[in-house]
Design a protein around this ligand. Structure first.
Ligand SMILES: [Zn+2]
Length: 419
């Protein structure tokens, strides 16, 4: 039996495969290829129940907070601040099997190893499944972790709406959560000594470098905007080209202008128009209105803010030249976050001790850990994505052996932080 602070026996890749597949099966039927388990739906809650049952089966104390985050605790030898790990169980539409789930499965199998091996630890260990990480539906990511970090309040939940006009608070209440009580879900810095999340990379940096594991130094921030271009809807046959005020051609020019603004240097800045809707959407009508979303990511806060201003200025200039009007709405904002250097050090140390040289890299995607940094010291471990690093796609892929090895390193780091 290992002594306190030692590593538990390794997680088996077959167990990883088994649980990845079990969660993948909890998916919206007839929703096309891949996994669809959107935030704040009955399916997301079902996945949390699976997590709850597993952890309760190990003898851990499990609870779900008003925001829908599920937390399992294994007491330490002292009643002191806990260290935790976890990720999220919701997905984007037509997602892969690994985004978020990888970190939850790692937490589950790690909990299993620690319990089965009887590994001792001074601090309590907490295993977390966050709710509503993907921002696809309400335009805001990391809802569950923002709530525990005190960054999202009941009032915010009553303001956000999805494309069909359903409010976030309404959606939460609809699946048995309590948007009016989320203040109770807040984590106190006194109760938390550290948090480490394992996640797939969602890029190909690790695979291209032949690295088995990555340690994240900074998570990109994001600024999300919605731009509405208003022109004049008119008959596609009747209206001569030179008299048109076409909202879609103006929007198209904006899209290309923003791509040029982002440039091609791999310097951490990314600009994406992910949604573009032309109205009224008829083959014989010149689009009178076009609504598009802009997602700006950066590892440098100053440049992120400057880019957002630049985006609005350039879009306004195009609109003016084309005789259409531009209005904008600010959807969400997150600053880039440097993760805690001491936790990063621990992650690098535990990898090197087993002869694995980790690659230190930034994360372009946002993660729950970014929010948890408001509460306690945090770190992130990346496991390689295969298939060219695609994610938010049914083609998302990660090797089960890589994931099992990542879970082992996560366990070693967590137990060191729990000493
Ligand atoms: Zn994720």
């Amino acid at each position: 039996m290992p002594l306190a602070g030692e590593r538990p026996t390794p997680v088996a890749p077959e167990r990883v495969a088994e649980w990845i597949e079990r969660f993948a099966a909890i998916s919206e039927p007839d929703s096309g290829p891949g996994v669809t388990r959107l935030a704040h739906t009955a399916l997301e809650r079902r996945a949390h129940e699976v997590f709850t049952d597993f952890m309760a089966g190990l003898g851990l104390t499990v609870w779900t907070d008003a925001a829908g985050n599920t937390i399992a605790e294994k007491p330490g030898t002292e009643e002191t601040a806990a260290v935790g790990t976890g990720s999220h169980l919701d997905s984007v539409p037509s997602a892969g099997r690994f985004d978020g789930i990888a970190g939850v499965v790692a937490a589950m199998l790690l909990a299993e190893r620690v319990v089965t091996d009887g590994v001792g630890h001074r601090r309590p260990l907490r295993f977390v499944a966050f709710a509503g990480e993907e921002g696809a539906r309400f335009g805001r990511a990391c809802i569950g972790s923002r709530i525990v970090a005190g960054l999202t309040t009941t009032a915010d939940l009553h303001q956000l709406q999805d494309a069909k006009g359903v409010g976030l608070a309404e959606a939460m209440a609809g699946v048995g959560l309590d948007p009016d009580a989320v203040a109770d879900a807040r984590w106190s810095p006194r109760e938390w000594a550290g948090f480490v999340e394992l996640h797939i990379e969602q890029g190909s940096v690790l695979a291209d470098a032949g690295a088995a594991v990555g340690v994240v130094d900074v998570i990109s921030g994001s600024t999300r905007l919605e731009l509405t271009v208003d022109g004049v809807a008119a008959h596609s046959g009747g209206m001569p080209m030179h008299l048109r005020r076409d909202a879609l051609t103006a929007a198209a020019e904006v899209v290309l202008e923003l791509e040029a603004l982002a440039g091609t240097a791999d310097d951490g800045r990314r600009i994406t128009v992910g949604r573009l809707e032309a109205l009224p959407g008829s083959i014989t009508t010149i689009p009178g209105r076009c609504v598009l979303t802009v997602d700006i990511r950066d590892i440098d806060l100053e440049r992120q803010c400057a880019t957002a201003e630049d985006v609005l200025e350039r879009a306004a200039a195009i609109a003016e030249r084309r005789g259409v009007t531009l209005t904008s709405r600010h959807l969400a904002e997150a600053s880039p976050e440097e993760l805690t250097p001491s936790v990063r050090r621990t992650l690098i140390d535990v990898a090197r001790e087993v002869g694995t040289e980790p690659l230190v890299l930034p994360s372009g995607a946002s993660h729950d850990t970014q929010m948890i940094k408001q509460v306690c010291p945090v770190g992130m471990l990346f496991v390689p994505s295969r298939a060219g690093g695609v994610s938010h796609s049914p083609h998302e892929d990660t090797d089960f052996g890589d994931l099992a090895r990542g879970a082992d390193l996560l366990g070693a780091a967590l137990l060191r932080l729990a000493r």
